[in-house]
Design a protein around this ligand. Structure first.
Ligand code: NAD
Length: 367
């Protein structure tokens, strides 16, 4: 992630929009303001070659507007590649709402945001992200059809997290197959960092398969709850990254593979749900490769959620969502092969797969 190279405090020194380090030929950036509801949002449309730009809305108490802009640019670009590599006919988009989701989010604000989404006539389709719940998407749906992730009772696909977890599990099994010659995770020591919506379902799959699971989280109550339910160990050491495990599954925050952690990791596989795990995708991807650690690209194996919401557009059922998500296993293996063949990192290989699909579609459109 290029943006990490520029300290957030220095972002304002760059040109306001097109000069931002995370700007990557985005098609359109929309600034939304409404005095009455206090809405301040930015919608980023990165690329629509494969289809409408779909991506979640994040509500976050950003330190300043530069940080919010940087986030929407970076996240919308990520969505382009995530959907492309997952084989979906979707482009990349994302929205950020500046504010505290706990105290500033109101139905009026969400409806106003929905009106801005609607004004783009379907170029951008929104969904849930950090700070959003399924009910918020239901509120947005009152004013626009360009929203996914609405409640199952209202005809939507519901909570995408369990499907995301299934895809991560598939990506992890493919990684084990590649690294150890068998995709069985039985007896493998797996550290799951972050046992939220996705992490906990991943723990469930792992425990059922007989993996030896250790969990880490900043929430002590959550740790106790999950440890008691699944009989897994809680990480108690001082340095999580040097834990003696086979597989490290980042399922909390991004950028956990950084200058500090990258040389400490003892695991031989990194496979998790968090977005943007590599603080610097080129540098840290390369170091993992040199250290013989197999990295399952985040945007490849965490695509179950977007596959699940895409069902609302393509009108397929849960079984089909799971079938498509299961295919992450095969794609992951293909990408590992491609990386070895071309002597590039697995992250670069996944990006190449995604870019090739976009280029191919562009060519077809020009015919
Ligand atoms: P969540 O908010 O439900 O869970 C995150 C968990 O991480 C929480 O339990 C939190 O306490 C914990 N956490 C936060 N900071 C931590 C830290 N420093 N160390 C350890 N634990 C920490 O989120 P989620 O929906 O489970 O998503 C997890 C990750 O996967 C996020 O990065 C998200 O962007 C990504 N992701 C989620 C989906 C999805 O469908 N939910 C899809 C794609 C990617």
């Amino acid at each position: 992630m290029v943006a990490e190279l520029v300290p957030l405090k220095d972002l304002h020194k760059m040109d306001p929009v097109f000069g931002q380090v995370s700007f990557d030929d985005h098609e359109q950036i929309v600034f939304c303001n409404d005095k009455d509801t206090g809405l301040k949002a930015i919608i980023g449309i990165h690329n629509r070659v494969l289809g409408p730009a779909l991506g979640g809305t994040r509500m976050w108490n950003y330190t300043n507007e530069w940080e919010a802009l940087n986030d929407v640019l970076r996240l919308s670009r990520g969505m382009t590649f995530k959907s492309a590599v997952a084989g979906l006919n979707l482009g990349g988009g994302k929205a950020v709402i500046i504010g505290d989701a706990k105290t500033q989010k109101t139905p009026e604000l969400m409806r106003k945001f929905g009106e801005f989404v609607h004004s783009l006539s379907g170029k951008y389709i929104t969904a849930e992200d950090v700070g959003m719940q399924t009910e918020d998407m239901d509120t947005v749906h009152e004013v626009t059809p360009y929203v996914t992730g609405i409640s199952e009772s209202k005809g939507g696909s519901g909570n995408p997290s369990p499907v995301t977890a299934y895809g991560v599990y598939m990506g992890m099994k493919a990684s084990a197959k590649y690294k150890y010659g068998s995709d069985s995770l039985a007896g493998k020591k797996v550290l799951v960092q972050g046992i939220g919506n996705v992490g906990v379902t991943l723990v469930d799959y792992l425990v059922k398969e007989g993996a030896i699971v250790t969990i880490a989280d900043i929430s002590e109550s959550r740790l106790q709850e999950v440890a008691a339910k699944y009989g897994v160990q809680i990480f108690t050491g001082t340095d999580l990254y040097s834990a003696d495990v086979d597989i490290y599954a980042p399922c909390a925050l991004g950028a956990t593979i950084n200058d500090d952690s990258v040389y400490k990791i003892k695991a031989s596989i990194v496979a998790g749900a968090a977005n943007n795990q590599l603080a610097d995708e080129n540098k840290h991807g390369k170091i993992l490769q040199e250290r013989g650690i197999l990295y399952a690209p985040d945007f490849l194996i965490n695509a179950g959620g977007i596959i699940n919401v895409y069902a609302e557009i393509e009108k397929y059922d849960k079984a089909e969502s799971l079938r498509r998500t299961e295919n992450i296993y095969n794609t992951t293996l293909e990408i590992f092969d491609y990386a070895v063949k071309h002597n590039i990192t697995t992250h670069a290989a996944a990006l190449t797969f995604a870019q090739n699909r976009i280029n191919q579609r562009k060519k077809e459109m020009q015919k």
